[in-house]
Design a binder for this molecule. Structure first.
Ligand code: FMN
Length: 374
C-alpha cells in the first residue's frame, strides 16, 4: 500500500522504488495538491468519455509476440527531428507545473535531461523558456505554441524559444475554444497568486492570465487562443520560422495530409488528453490511418492515455515514431518533484525495453504492424 503521508511536505524523502507503475504516482500526487490543482490535472471535457476511451483503446490492443528471437541486445534510442531520446518518447506539453510542485518545469526538465528524454514546454508554463532551456543539458526542448487573437505574440515567443535553444515548435490546433471541464467550473478554477503563465506575460500579452475571477480556465486563459484560427495561420507561421513545426491535435487523415503539404514536419495525433471535444476518438483509433498517410514524410507522435511502456510499443506498431504523455509526468512531479518525474520516465522506459524483449523485438524497426495481427 502506498504511503501518501511520506510526502516532501511532511518531511519524509520520496522513495522512487515505492512506485512500481506510473499510475501509483497519481494517488500520492493528488493527495499532495489542492483539490483545485488535482481536478485541473485529472479532468476531461464534459462527460469525460474521450478521456476514458484513450485509456481503454491501448489496453484492447493485443500483441502477437514473436518467439525464438535473440533479444539479448536491444536498442531503444531514437532521434526525432534531430532530437535524441533514450526511448521513443517525448514529454507532452502541460500548463503550469508549479501547480503540481514548487520547483515546476525546472524539476521536470532536470529529470528529462537526466533520463535523456526531450520535453515539449507548454506556452502556458509557469517557468520561462530561457530558464527551462538553461537546465536542459542532455535533452532537447521543443516549444508548444497557441496562436491568440494578437498574432504577433506567437512570433515573439517562437523567436525567444529559438534563441533559448529550442529545437522545434509545436502548434496546438485542437483549441479554437477551451473544452468545458466541469470540475474546474465547480471549483472556480483560478491560477493561484504567485504562479503565472510567464512566457505570455513577458510577451506583453494584453490582460495576462492571472485569472483570479474563479470562472474557470476560459476566463483565466481565454485570450490566449482564438476561434478564428485557420489553415492560413499555419501557413503564415511556417513561412516565418526556420525551426521544424509540428501540428498537435489532429485526428483526421485529411488534416494530417494538409498540414504536411503546408510544410509541417510532424503531426502529433492527440485529443488534448480528452480535455477538448468529448466524443473525439481515442488516439489509438486515429493513429493507424494518419501514420500510414504521412509517416514517410513527417514525424508522427501520439499522446493520450499512454500509461505503460507497452503502450509505447503498441503506438509504434500502429505506425507512430514515438509516443508522448502528459498526466504521468505531472503525477511524478506532484509526488516527488524532480525525482518523481525521473521515476515516471524510468518506469516507462524500463517497461518499454522489457516489452520489446517479450514481443521478440531487438530494434525499433522490428516493432512492425504484424505484431498486432499474428
Ligand atoms: C493539466 C494538463 C494541461 C495541459 N496543457 C496543455 C498545454 O498547455 N498545451 C498543449 O498543447 N496541450 C496541453 N495538454 C495536453 C497534453 O499535451 C497532452 O495532449 C495530454 O496530456 C495527453 O494525454 P495524457 O494526459 O493522457 O497523457 C494538457 C493536458 C493536461 C492534462
Amino acid at each position: 500500500m502506498l504511503n501518501a503521508s511520506s510526502s516532501p511536505d511532511s518531511g519524509a524523502a520520496f522513495d522512487p522504488k515505492q512506485f512500481l507503475r506510473v499510475d501509483e504516482l497519481e494517488a500520492v500526487a493528488y493527495e499532495r495538491m489542492t483539490t483545485m490543482a488535482a481536478d485541473y490535472y485529472r479532468s476531461g471535457a464534459w462527460g469525460e468519455h474521450t478521456l476514458q476511451w484513450n485509456l481503454d483503446a491501448w489496453e484492447e490492443i493485443r500483441i502477437f509476440h514473436r518467439a525464438l528471437v535473440d533479444v539479448s541486445r536491444r536498442k531503444t534510442a531514437v532521434t526525432l527531428l534531430g532530437s535524441k531520446s533514450a526511448f521513443p518518447f517525448i514529454i507532452a506539453p502541460t500548463a503550469l507545473h508549479k501547480l503540481a510542485h514548487p520547483d515546476g518545469e525546472l524539476a521536470s526538465m532536470r529529470a528529462a535531461s537526466s533520463r535523456g528524454v526531450p520535453l515539449i514546454l507548454s506556452s502556458l508554463s509557469s517557468t520561462g523558456v530561457e530558464e527551462v532551456c538553461a537546465v536542459a543539458k542532455h535533452a532537447d526542448v521543443w516549444m508548444q505554441l497557441y496562436i491568440g487573437k494578437e498574432r504577433a505574440h506567437v512570433l515573439d515567443l517562437s523567436a525567444r524559444a529559438q534563441a533559448a535553444g529550442c529545437r522545434a515548435l509545436v502548434l496546438t490546433v485542437d483549441t479554437p475554444v477551451w473544452g468545458v471541464r466541469e470540475r474546474d467550473i465547480r471549483n472556480g478554477f483560478c491560477i493561484p497568486a504567485g504562479i503565472q503563465a510567464v512566457n505570455l506575460m513577458r510577451s506583453g500579452a494584453a490582460g495576462g492570465p492571472t485569472g483570479h475571477t474563479g470562472a474557470g480556465l476560459g476566463e483565466a486563459l481565454g485570450w490566449a487562443i482564438d476561434a478564428s484560427l485557420s489553415w492560413k495561420d499555419l501557413e503564415w507561421l511556417i513561412a516565418k520560422q526556420s525551426l521544424p513545426i509540428l501540428v498537435k491535435g489532429v485526428c483526421r487523415v485529411d488534416d494530417a495530409l494538409r498540414a504536411v503539404d503546408a510544410g509541417a514536419q510532424g503531426i502529433i495525433v492527440s485529443n488534448h488528453g480528452g480535455r477538448q471535444l468529448d466524443g473525439a476518438p481515442a488516439t489509438a483509433e486515429s493513429l493507424p490511418a494518419i501514420a500510414a498517410a504521412v509517416r514517410d514524410r513527417a514525424c508522427v507522435i501520439v499522446d493520450g492515455g499512454i500509461r505503460r511502456g507497452v503502450d509505447v510499443l503498441r503506438a509504434l506498431a500502429l505506425g507512430a515514431h514515438a509516443a508522448s504523455a502528459g498526466r504521468p509526468i505531472l503525477w511524478g512531479l506532484g509526488a516527488g518533484g524532480e525525482a518523481g518525474v525521473a521515476r515516471a520516465l524510468e518506469l516507462l522506459e524500463t517497461e518499454f525495453d522489457l516489452a520489446m524483449a517479450l514481443a521478440g523485438c531487438a530494434t525499433l524497426e522490428d516493432i512492425s504492424p504484424d505484431l498486432l495481427r499474428g
